[in-house]
Structures are given as structure tokens and as C-alpha cells.
Design a protein around this ligand. Structure first.
Ligand code: UDP
Ligand code: MG
Length: 322
């Protein structure tokens, strides 16, 4: 691993997707600007380093605020998407548009320790093209969120997907890693699964995850589950998933019937001869078949969406370069 010289600092772009974040935005702008100013003074990054906010079709004042900040603070840049496209697409829009040599992606809500960005940049100068932010302590997450998230990382790793345990989308990528990411044209985005595929040398930096500074999570359970399924199959097609769910319910139902039939047979005199052996397999096989079709459907749906090759986001406005 070759050490890159600190003599010539590089341009940093921090990329922050925002969906209805009016409550946290001003604090995020204050803290981020302060950090970038400090890093410029420490000669870690260049003066033209900037902070990019991507408005993911917010319904509140998020965009108006970003627009105003960008007029008074030359470090602040804004990208407005034409509609809500989801966190992963908004993030990609930012990563593909921002012009820095080093790109750091982070959430708007200050849950991730922003001072770690300094350590990430230092790790880049030590020769890493990708630096993953890894949550070491999750005590502020609810027990439910913590167990489901960790269960998900374990499951996806068991399925053979190369993801970094407890790493979400807080990471630094070098310019050449971003260029490599741009070559990945898939519509079903799961960035934390795609980045390890790029390769290059990488390392982790650990931090404690804190509570949201303000506002509510924009990732309700439903979105979390959808991201998890996309991560495993790289796809979501709701009607097909419904088939799988239906199959599973029928399968469970057949197990209950089995128990009931068993009970009737052993403990009562009401058993009808031949009934159980003909009815049970119907439910059991029907359930398993629907479940299987649903799973196959997940992958067919994935091919369907990819073959359409629709744009992953549409940019409505970018604030002027000052
Ligand atoms: N976000 C987004 N589009 C969406 C949902 C969320 O850009 O459709 C952004 C959100 O503004 C935040 C980040 O994604 O910056 C992570 O969301 P959040 O903090 O609500 O998720 P959690 O930390 O609860 O998982
Ligand atoms: Mg959050």
C-alpha cells in the first residue's frame, strides 16, 4: 500500500440525500460547513471542497432551504430530483453529479458521527480507495431495529453477498472508485452491495451511531424490508411478492390443519378415513408451489425492470456553481 502525499490535498464532496428534512437541515449545514472549514485549515482538503444536498422530491421546505443556503454559502450545492426516487437513487444522483476527488456519502440526520469524515480522508491518503463507516455501538437504535438490522447483515452474508457488516451508506469513495461505480448500470440499486464489487483497497472506520438530531425516520419498517429484499434479489415487484406471501400463508395453514387432523385422529373418534391423506397434500403442495412461483417471480420481475433500463433519477435543478 502506497502512502499518498498530504502535500497536495484533494477536493472533497460530501453527498447528502434529503427527504423531508427541514427540521434537521440547518443544523446539518452548520455542522458540516464547520467540519469542512476545519479540514481546509488542516490542509486535508482543498478550498473548493463542497457539500451537496440532494432533495429527493421532498414535500416540505427542504428544497427552498437548500436553495437559500446555496446562495449565501458557496460551499453548499443543491440538486433537486424531479420526484421522490428513494434514498439509494438520490444518493447515486449525488455521487454521479458531485465533482470532488473524494466523495463521502452520509445521511442528513446527523446519526452518523460526522467527525469520522476526517479519519476517512486520512485513510484515503494512506492508500485506500474506499473507506467504510461501520457502526460500532447501536445503543440508540430500538431493540427491534438493532436485531432486525443485524439479522439482515448475517442473512445476506450467509447468502454469499459481499457486504460490510454494520455498514450502511456512510462511506468515502475515491474518484476512480466513483467512475467504476458509474459503469454499474443496474436499475435495482443496493449501493452497499455494489461498492464491494468494484474492488480497490478498502478499510473500515468505526463510530458510534447516535440518535436522529430532529424529525422522524424516513425509513419506516416497510422501506427497510423493501431494501432488505432488494439487497438479496436486487429487485422488488410487489404483486409477485404477494404471491409468495400467499403461498407461505397457505403453507402455514396446512401445518395447523395437520396438527388438528392429528389431534382428531389420535384423541377423538371423529376421524373420517382417507380425508386427511387427500386434503392435506392439496394444501401443503399448493402452498409450496405458490411460494416457489413467488420466489421465481422475484427474479423474473428483476429481469423485467432491468430490461426497461429506465433512468434511475431525473434531475430538475442544480444550484449554480459560484
Ligand atoms: N431519504 C431519502 N429518500 C427517501 C427516504 C430517505 O433521500 O425516500 C434520506 C433521508 O433524508 C436521510 C437518509 O435517506 O438523509 C436516511 O434516512 P433516515 O435517517 O430516515 O433512515 P434511518 O436512519 O431511520 O434508517
Ligand atoms: Mg437516520
Amino acid at each position: 500500500m502506497q502512502n499518498k502525499s498530504l502535500e497536495t490535498p484533494l477536493q472533497l464532496s460530501i453527498v447528502i440525500p434529503c427527504y423531508n428534512e427541514e427540521e434537521v437541515l440547518s443544523e446539518t449545514v452548520t455542522q458540516m460547513s464547520k467540519l469542512v472549514d476545519e479540514m481546509i485549515e488542516e490542509n486535508l482538503v482543498t478550498k473548493n471542497s463542497s457539500i451537496w444536498f440532494i432533495d429527493d422530491g421532498s414535500k416540505d421546505k427542504t428544497w427552498q432551504m437548500i436553495d437559500e443556503y446555496s446562495q449565501t454559502n458557496t460551499k453548499i450545492k443543491g440538486i433537486k430530483l424531479s420526484r421522490n426516487k428513494g434514498h439509494q437513487n438520490a444518493l447515486l444522483a449525488g455521487l454521479e453529479t458531485a465533482d470532488g476527488d473524494l466523495l463521502v456519502s452520509i445521511d442528513a440526520d446527523l446519526q452518523d458521527d460526522i467527525t469520522v469524515i476526517r479519519e476517512m480522508v486520512k485513510q484515503y491518503y494512506k492508500g485506500n480507495d474506499v473507506v467504510y463507516g461501520v457502526r460500532k455501538v447501536r445503543t440508540t437504535d430500538t431493540v427491534f431495529k438493532r436485531t432486525t438490522a443485524q439479522g439482515f447483515y448475517t442473512l445476506i452474508q450467509k447468502l454469499g453477498v459481499d457486504v460490510v457488516y454494520n455498514h450502511a451508506d456512510f462511506r468515502l469513495m475515491s474518484r476512480r472508485a466513483i467512475e467504476a461505480l458509474k459503469e454499474h448500470k443496474e436499475v435495482n440499486l443496493f449501493l452497499r452491495g455494489m461498492v464491494p464489487l468494484i474492488g480497490f483497497s478498502s478499510t473500515n472506520v468505526e463510530y458510534a451511531r447516535t440518535e436522529r438530531f430532529a424529525g422522524e425516520s424516513k425509513y419506516p419498517l416497510k422501506k427497510m424490508l423493501a431494501l432488505a429484499v432488494d439487497g438479496i434479489t436486487s429487485f422488488s415487484a410487489y404483486p409477485l411478492r404477494l404471491i409468495a406471501g400467499l403461498g407461505f400463508s397457505i403453507f402455514l395453514f396446512s401445518i395447523f390443519i395437520s396438527l388438528w387432523v392429528f389431534y382428531t385422529l389420535v384423541f377423538t373418534d371423529n376421524a373420517v378415513p382417507g380425508w386427511a391423506s387427500s386434503v392435506l397434500p392439496m394444501y401443503l403442495l399448493g402452498g409450496i408451489q405458490l411460494l416457489s412461483i413467488g420466489v421465481v417471480g422475484e427474479y423474473v420481475g428483476k429481469i423485467y425492470m432491468e430490461s426497461k433500463n429506465r433512468p434511475r433519477y431525473v434531475i430538475e435543478t442544480i444550484t449554480n456553481d459560484k
